[in-house]
Design a protein around this ligand. Sequence first.
Ligand SMILES: [Zn+2]
Length: 281
Amino acid sequence: MRIENGLSVDVEEWFQVGAFERVIDKADWPSLQSRVEANTGAVLDLFAEADVKATFFTLGWVAERCPALIRRIAAAGHEVASHGVDHSRVFTMTAEQFRGDLRRARAALEDASGAKVTGYRAPSFSIDKRTPWAHQVLAEEGYAYSSSVAPVRHDHYGWPEAPRFAFRPIADAGLVELPVTVVRIGSRNLATGGGFFRLFPTTLTDWAIRQVNAEHRPAIFYFHPWEIDPGQPRVANAPLKSKLRHYSRLTKMAGKVRHPVAGHAWGRIDAIAAREAARLE
Ligand SMILES: [Zn+2]
């Protein structure tokens, strides 16, 4: 039997990424060219063409400004889930600031979609060992699942000791954490989604998904709408490393994403979280 994997899109503007946080001030965001509606529209078209459903972890900031986009995502049968308000990473907040961020994002997303938000993804996978309270707050706020942990060692994020597959982070709560898929190579975990997918051959991702499915577990894959937009404005004063990461192979990405989307079985992460939760009973 083919295992259904989790397909996800982190819906944010080209300027709302960790790579540019030191060179683009949040106060300037409203004056920058918005491209999220067009780019996410292209992703929706791609998914419709492949007849797959997915989860769109969306910033409250985007939902507050583009409610029609959120309605369109929900109307197409996809899951609208939370990516926080403005891409503040969880480890930069206190527990109470995090709760406030969750509530504001959820209100905007639910108002726009008309559907309940039950899933959360931390910006830049920023739930890690610095934030032992984060899953507790998510459980208290009634979330069914989180997909906020990257069990890798990376210069900007990662929790290498975390489990690779679904786990219950709080002993007495139903909340399930579904870490983003990493693949074991020797004694190291290697990331597979986002920029890694853009930079490495698609055969590596296909192999990783097959490896995970051979372990009878669903893979959790993600990318961003800005990654399929080669026409986005260039941030001239960003650090070279950030620019290399952000701008590499944008022209190839839309075609490249079609490959894993067509080659594996995919579904919304809320459905996968429910199955994993039942398995963990
Ligand atoms: Zn993000």
